[in-house]
Design a binder for this molecule. Structure first.
Ligand SMILES: NC(=O)c1ccc[n+]([C@@H]2O[C@H](COP(=O)([O-])OP(=O)(O)OC[C@H]3O[C@@H](n4cnc5c(N)ncnc54)[C@H](OP(=O)(O)O)[C@@H]3O)[C@@H](O)[C@H]2O)c1
Length: 278
């Protein structure tokens, strides 16, 4: 079994560097795929109210703890507040609903899924997360898809520094300015679509490095994230992929590989631009 190292968030809470993402995992198979991921060594699972599969994630976690082979404290569950629940009261209600779906006493991390700048409610939404944090219902709070102006405003108008900003990030979208800002302010960078939804895996440069190192293109992409210090949450649907995506700690990309991967940055997104989601 492979294990990802834990990394510390800005409040000392530990998260696995590699977690299992469940966007587009059908609700009916979520419990079993999450159980498979836990058996493979994953200890962090990333879901969201919008994915419609929180209950399967919660069941996998509760079943593993009830069976006695995992401790709840060793597991980390992230969920997110969807765009139709921005605003202080709506966010508290959305969290109640997520917590009920998950069936967990404490949620490890809750994020604002998108800033939704046209609604202009993300500051109030974050204040609701601060309340949940102070009430001990969540161990850490953060954001997702926040751009520099959104982060700057949160830092100026709220009191808890987000533990994480989860953003689209992969060799085709390297997000240098945002990562620099995160590092300056103690915000962890967590990459969604770390494999570019699979689309970057056919890249000839990534393929060449993979053959040189006797690894898969997905392992090369994930190793690039790991060496850059990002947390990542790849999604995969087969045991083989779930297992091999965690097996990235037994090799290293050299300076020439890193240079070649740095040159792939081309501002290409496979998901939506945060300015256009509301
Ligand atoms: N905060 C946000 O707004 C946001 C947005 C998007 C995603 N996310 C989170 O980030 C997670 C990951 O992002 P993502 O699902 O968009 O994309 P991803 O993890 O970059 O890529 C997933 C795709 O790559 C394929 N894949 C996985 N491992 C592979 C391997 N070893 N070899 C070949 N192909 C492989 C998967 O196929 P199969 O599934 O068929 O195996 C799937 O099609 C999501 O599940 C979700 O938790 C967050």
């Amino acid at each position: 079994m492979h294990k990802a190292p834990k990394i510390a968030l800005n409040n000392g809470v530990q998260i696995d560097q590699i977690g299992y993402g469940v966007y587009k995992v059908p609700p009916g198979t979520t419990r079993d795929l999450c159980a498979l991921a836990l058996e493979a060594g994953y200890r962090t699972i990333d879901t969201a109210a919008m994915y419609g599969n929180e209950s399967g994630v919660g069941r996998a976690v509760r079943d593993a703890v009830a069976a006695g082979w995992l401790e709840r404290d060793d597991l980390f569950v992230t969920t997110k507040v969807w765009n139709d629940h921005h605003g202080y009261d709506a966010t508290l209600r959305a969290f109640d609903a997520s917590q009920a779906e998950l069936g967990l006493d404490t949620v490890d991390l809750v994020l604002i899924h998108w800033p939704c700048p046209d609604q202009d409610l993300y500051v109030d939404t974050f204040r609701a997360l601060e309340q949940l944090y102070h009430d001990g219902r969540v161990r850490a709070i953060g954001v997702s898809n926040f751009q520099l102006p959104h982060l700057e405003r949160l830092l100026a108008e709220t009191s808890v520094v987000p533990a994480i900003n989860q953003v689209e990030l992969h060799p085709y979208l390297q997000q240098h300015a945002l990562r620099q800002f995160h590092d300056t302010h103690g915000i962890r960078t967590q990459a969604w679509s770390p494999l570019g939804r699979g689309a970057i895996l056919a890249d000839p440069v990534i393929g060449r490095i993979a053959s040189e190192l006797g690894r898969t293109p997905a392992q090369v992409a994930l190793r690039w994230h790991v060496q850059a210090g990002h947390a990542v949450i790849p999604k995969a649907s087969s045991r083989e992929r779930i297992v091999s995506n965690l097996d990235v700690y037994g090799f290293e990309l050299g300076p020439q590989h890193l240079d070649a991967l740095a040159a792939l940055d081309q501002d290409t997104r496979f998901g939506s631009h945060p300015d256009r989601v509301n």
